[in-house]
Structures are given as C-alpha cells and as structure tokens.
Design a protein around this ligand. Sequence first.
Ligand SMILES: [Zn+2]
Length: 93
Amino acid sequence: MSRYVETNAKIKPCPFCGINRQYITADKPAGVTYYGVQAHVAQVHCHACGATVEGMTSDDESAVRLAILKWVQRAQYEERPKPIRTQQGRARA
Ligand SMILES: [Zn+2]
C-alpha cells in the first residue's frame, strides 16, 4: 500500500499542465525486485492533471529523491530553448 511522503524538496510546477500542486507517494510493490532486492517505488503526482513520474531504487529515501530528480528534469526539459522552425519545418541553427 502506498503512503504519502512529506518533503521540503523544491519541486517544479507540473511540466504538463503548469500547476504547482504535487504530492509524493512511496510503495513497496510485492514481488517487484530491483537488482535482486525488494524494490521501493516513489512517485511524484500532479493533483491537477494526474501526471506521474516514478523513481525505483532499493530504499524509500533514495526512491523519493530519484522521483523528485526525474520530475525536475522533466520540467527542465519542457523549459529548454526551442529551435526556431522555418517554413519548411527544419530547425535553423
Ligand atoms: Zn499537471
């Protein structure tokens, strides 16, 4: 069963809907192993649109850290400078 995780970590707004309301859960799914040990799965969820990013490691704490890291990386990917498109649809350097 999932439990809610409290964190002081800075979490960027949702990369999909832009809303800044996330919650984190952690879980130990039965029968799921990670390099031969019981897997711990943490997820960052968006309250608004339901987007979820997951981290899976061998303990709760690092699974939470990984899930947050992946959420931030996804948000940063959406914030990256976009190439200018020409009328032919090709990127201009
Ligand atoms: Zn969202």
